[in-house]
Design a protein. Sequence first.
Length: 158
Amino acid sequence: MYWDWIYAPVPEAFVNPFQIGPRDLYTPTFIETRREVCVDPMIDAMPLVQRIEQTFEQKLGISNPMVNWKIFDRSLLDTVVRCIGEDSIRKLLQLMQPDLRQMRSGFPDLFVVKPDDSYEFIEVKGPSDQVRPNQHIWLQALASMELPVSVLKFKQIA
């Protein structure tokens, strides 16, 4: 989605060839710095799902600070896109875009797909575990977008 934004030719973003991502990735000015040189995929004419699939095919395996290729494959992408749908993906991206630093942690632990293709984001908590502030932000945001989200608290059996 934002591959072009991450690797845009912005001065001082990359200072050595071994950097996986730009130095300003988690700064408040990241998006604004690139608006002049990049097309926002949220307003691009290409359908969002098509752009996601195209980016996946073109960039598969290339290092990126936002993707773990060891656990992310086409099957997972297809499942996520099919179950969540374009509108919800768009909402998630709009939530993350303004403050990637704040939103890069705290996302629920599990994305569960049920046999009927419904899904749920689940935050898992142990007996003495509490929801942290960054997790609470995500839980509230997902709920306000009317996306299925819950907290699963498990108890130790003696």
